[in-house]
Ligand binder design. Structure first.
Ligand code: ASP
Ligand code: MG
Length: 411
């Protein structure tokens, strides 16, 4: 007997039939004797529909009213699931975030959880009830409804699991786990049995958008075992957990992440004097443009080249800012390229293995792919390449690091 927090995403509760299917699943866990707290998203498309209604009235609606509006999507699904559970003879009760007393700060539309009251949920669980909670929402100290940002139901799930010290937080979604890379790009991509929080954060921030990143951080902080699994096909999914000291045979690389949404900007011929990096990037960050990789060359002739990447959507804005900065600095010119992509190999096993980067570069060289930028951290190596070589690069790396065989067990 265990206590599970199960979160079902929008597609899993997208129709009445699917809500009934979730109820069947919940019933199976109850029949096995487990205690369950279920967190639901709104029906798929519903949150977007609500946002659309608001935008039809005002371009920038009041954030407080936005929260009152968008939090309704989850209120619909929790009630319907409880009805489906009651129909199956289970006792269940639905709660909005405020009713649970998921207390947040007052940052409407992007609130952060501060405290969760667990006594009520515990009482329900002891009385044999399934507790069904609306994801994505909470309440501030004054009782205002708040929401946690898009995809926030994942965070609700993890936060409840942490507060209740649940045995596992299970995120049911439309994929059956975390893969070595995107199966749409590499046919031989395999599901990972487990991945560490750190690796998952790298994979998530690099474009494997399965979970809200914040929920993974939260789970890591409270060491909540987090499992991603499909609500449509049975299977073990992928366990996201702390690094297991006992796993001797850790793969060097767990996965390959990539991101097409990048653009690269270079200021050429920047004077090699103190303060230049700050004068280049200051106006960029003041314009709320996020910078990812940064590379500055050795100055050969008292000038240097300064390159960085931004999201492709920010490319034009960043370029305009740089032209201005370029003139002020007396730099030579600004060149940009928005047809680039970033490919990263990720793995905690890298810490104890030399030559991982070299192996990556060898693989790219064999496919005749030019590397434009490189950056590394303890558990990842990222390169920027021309976008048109992205698929080729990912496939080559996937086989170079033998990820196609990750699921094979041999004696
Ligand atoms: N319904 C919210 C959204 O679409 C929260 C969630 O599903 O996680 O972003
Ligand atoms: Mg989601």
């Amino acid at each position: 007997m265990a206590l599970f927090v199960q979160k079902y995403g929008g597609t899993s509760v997208g129709t009445v039939e699917r809500i009934e299917a979730v109820a069947d699943k919940v019933k199976r866990f109850r029949d096995e004797g487990h205690d369950l707290v279920v967190v639901l998203s709104a029906m798929s498309g519903e949150t977007n529909r609500l946002i659309g209604l608001a935008k039809a009235i005002q371009d920038e609606p009041c954030p407080r009213e936005m929260d009152v509006l968008v939090s309704t999507g989850e209120q619909v699904t929790i009630a319907l699931l409880c009805m489906a559970l009651e129909k199956r003879g289970l006792s269940a009760r639905s709660y909005t975030g405020g009713q649970v007393r998921i207390l947040t700060d007052s940052a409407h539309t992007k609130a952060r959880i501060q405290d969760i009251e667990v006594d009520g949920m515990r009482a329900d669980l002891s009385a044999g009830r399934v507790v069904v909670v609306a994801g994505f929402q909470g309440m501030d100290a004054k009782g205002n409804i708040t929401t946690l940002g898009r995809g926030g139901s994942d965070t609700t799930g993890v936060a409840l699991a942490a507060a209740l010290k649940a045995d596992e937080c299970q995120i049911y979604t439309d994929v059956d786990g975390v893969y070595t890379t995107d199966p749409r790009v590499v046919e031989g991509a395999t599901r990972l049995d487990r991945i560490t929080f750190e690796e998952m954060l790298e994979m998530a921030s690099l474009g494997s958008k399965i979970l809200q990143i914040r929920s993974v951080e939260f789970a890591g902080k409270y060491k909540v075992p987090l499992r991603v699994l499909s609500s449509f096909v049975d299977g073990p999914g992928t366990l996201i957990t702390i690094e297991d000291e006992d796993t001797v045979e850790k793969p060097v690389i767990s996965g390959i992440a990539f991101n097409r949404d990048e653009a690269k900007l270079t200021v050429i011929g920047v004077p090699d004097i103190p303060g230049v990096a700050s004068r280049i990037l200051g106006p960029i960050s003041r314009a709320n443009i996020e910078v990812d990789m940064i590379v500055q060359n050795v100055a050969a002739d008292k000038t240097t080249d300064f390159t960085f990447t931004v999201h492709r959507n920010d490319f034009v804005k960043a370029e305009a800012i740089l032209r201005q900065v370029c003139a002020e600095l007396g730099a030579r010119e600004v060149v940009g390229n928005n047809k680039i992509a970033k490919v990263s190999i990720v793995g905690v096993g890298m810490r104890s293995h030399a030559g991982v980067a070299t192996k990556m570069f060898d693989s790219l060289a064999q496919d005749n792919i030019n590397i434009q930028m490189i950056s590394t951290s303890e558990i990842k190596v990222s390169v920027v390449i021309a976008e048109k070589y992205l698929e080729l690069a990912v496939r080559g790396l996937h086989s170079a690091f033998e990820l196609d065989k990750a699921d094979t067990v041999s004696e």
